[in-house]
Design a protein around this ligand. Structure first.
Ligand SMILES: Nc1ncnc2c1ncn2[C@@H]1O[C@H](COP(=O)(O)OP(=O)(O)OP(=O)(O)O)[C@@H](O)[C@H]1O
Ligand SMILES: [Mg+2]
Length: 273
């Protein structure tokens, strides 16, 4: 039976939870500035393999901090972060990340930009060997024919698609996404979100997305985590019971609207707007 909107259902109720979680964060807290800024407060998070989760919360509540901790870019002040059964103590091969800006180097072609992480990590020969899969990824995101041109000839959406390829070329298990499409216009953003869903379904990647858009969080996610004001903690975990693949038409479905209203009310309760 479908749970009512807003009913608290642990993510472990999901059928995929029979597998060990990809990510297991326990009691993660983070303070900056010798303890004067408490950014995160006792965060627990379990992500199932192949799931798509989003986190939504007010500006400055600790979302990017959480993502950086998950990525091994900054250590938690306390608590543990386990990915694929191993503690995260630094950047890892099984993690892919994407930020608000594509940050492509203008003096490298699209293909060379995509291969850069491999070149840095494993050398030029390894990068060259990966070129065919990088080209296949460019096809996947609709950038066939743009491999050998320079980023100044790409639109913002195309640059973000190249950034998706750069994230995927290392074949990460998990995709950590910090507002990756927020700089795009609404049409491009909708399109990129559907692309992201398609890629996740095709690659079985586990995705964790930070967003400020409630409809975006709902349409993309299996689970939406709502965060409180700083110090950030999860105030509610909301399973989204819409079928997959999701389509943009669903944005007008009453069930989606109920979820959006529920999340907005939670954010308003926290006085976050
Ligand atoms: N390196 C840092 N040193 C000191 N304080 C920091 C650092 N990074 C973040 N903070 C502080 O921690 C808090 C959380 O920041 P964070 O970037 O995680 O927020 P956020 O939820 O991602 O915000 P936004 O939605 O605006 O991107 C903020 O008060 C911020 O000022
Ligand atoms: Mg942020």
């Amino acid at each position: 039976m479908m749970p009512a909107v807003g009913q608290r259902v642990p993510a472990s109720a999901d059928i995929r939870a029979v597998e060990a979680p990809v990510y297991a964060l326990s009691n993660v807290s983070k303070t900056y500035g010798r303890g004067s800024i408490r950014a995160l407060d006792h965060v627990d998070l379990h992500l199932d393999r192949g799931s798509f989760s989003s986190v939504i919360g007010p500006s400055g509540c600790g979302k990017s901090t959480l993502l950086k901790i998950m990525a091994g870019l900054t250590p938690p002040s306390s608590g543990s972060v386990i990915l694929n059964g191993r503690p995260v103590t630094g950047p890892r091969r099984d993690i892919g990340m994407m930020f608000q800006q594509a940050t492509l180097f203008p003096w490298r072609t699209t293909l060379e930009n995509i291969l850069l992480p491999i070149e840095i990590r494993d050398g030029a020969a390894a990068a060259k060997a990966k070129a065919p899969s990088a080209r296949a990824l460019l096809d996947l995101v609709g950038l066939k024919g743009f491999a050998d041109i320079y980023p100044d000839k790409l639109s913002g959406g195309m640059a973000q698609r190249a950034a998706i390829c750069r994230m995927l070329v290392t074949e990460p298990d998990v995709l950590l996404l910090d507002e990756p499409f927020s700089a795009l216009d609404e049409l491009s953003r909708d399109f990129m979100n559907m692309e992201l869903q398609r890629i996740c379904l095709e690659t079985r990647a586990t995705a964790f997305l930070i967003t400020h858009s409630i409809p975006e969080a709902v349409i993309l996610s299996d689970v939406v985590y709502v965060m409180s004001r700083r110090p950030g903690r999860f105030v509610e975990t909301i399973p989204i019971d819409l079928p997959r693949p999701r389509t943009l038409d669903m944005l007008t479905e009453p069930r989606l609207g109920e979820h959006v209203r529920h999340i907005r009310a939670l954010l308003d309760e926290g006085g976050v707007h």
